[in-house]
Design a protein around this ligand. Sequence first.
Ligand SMILES: Nc1ncnc2c1ncn2[C@@H]1O[C@H](COP(=O)(O)OP(=O)(O)O)[C@@H](O)[C@H]1O
Ligand SMILES: [Mg+2]
Length: 293
Amino acid sequence: MTRTVDGSPLPAAGSGSRLVIEGVAYTYRGNGAPVEALRPIDLVFEPGEFICCIGPSGCGKTTLLQLLAGFLHPTSGRIMVDGRVVTSPGAERGVVFQQPALYPWLNVADNVTFGPRMRGAGRREAKELAEQYLRLVGLHDFGHRAPYELSGGMQQRAAIARVLANEPQIMLMDEPFGALDALTRENLQEELLSIWRATRRTVFFITHNAEEAVYLGTRVLVMSTRPGSVLADRQVRFGLQAAGDPRAVRASRAFIEVREELMDLVYRPDLETKWAEPSPGGDDADPALPANL
Ligand SMILES: Nc1ncnc2c1ncn2[C@@H]1O[C@H](COP(=O)(O)OP(=O)(O)O)[C@@H](O)[C@H]1O
Ligand SMILES: [Mg+2]
């Protein structure tokens, strides 16, 4: 079995979708002056990658996610999922927002099975799916509750279960833990990592928290101020260390070094750092990462 440099086994190869972003730019055109949100961006997300995207507020992160989700259409360029051009939202791309998106008139289990039921799942299959995914996010005793009876962290867990129940190939997450307190956030980070390790679906995760990006991702993208472009694209490996003690990982010198370099780039992009060049396959590519990541 392939192992990371610290000896921990690597999870199975990715099973999610391959996503190609080709020269994608976006300009908002409303009643006022046009707002150029994104400059042309070229990126490839390989199956099973956990991509964290970080950048200053207003740099176009949500715009990029909405383009990937199919809620917006590129002003130029195109996005492809497993070779098919994205023209609309699709069940293979699940979206988790900062505020948990749950139907208040349905109980938690019915929220989770809403997607599968809409696509024809029977009552029994839906019940099994609800049990499976509520268990995965630690809410197996809360299926019969109304969303308002749950705390913010539990609601976000339910929203994640709801997206997972559609068995998407790629999870698009827009600051999903941004509204949570620090402790809940750390718990959910661990849960998300264990779900990702178990399923190895592709994840695109937006955050403005550098520590979160470095901790969770196998790859971190840093975006420039608006109009957004990709300033840096770097592979990391902290989230791959399944058996690690989260506190020890975050306190390690290697972790702090990467986090600080990243923060420099977000807050002082004028600084020339080694982050400035995309690294995959380059001289500083991380040898601990498998080539097929
Ligand atoms: N509907 C809109 N019309 C005009 N400008 C918009 C609209 N939505 C977002 N913007 C602008 O586009 C830029 C990028 O926004 P957004 O993608 O939400 O940034 P981020 O998620 O990085 O904070 C911002 O300057 C924002 O004000
Ligand atoms: Mg945003």
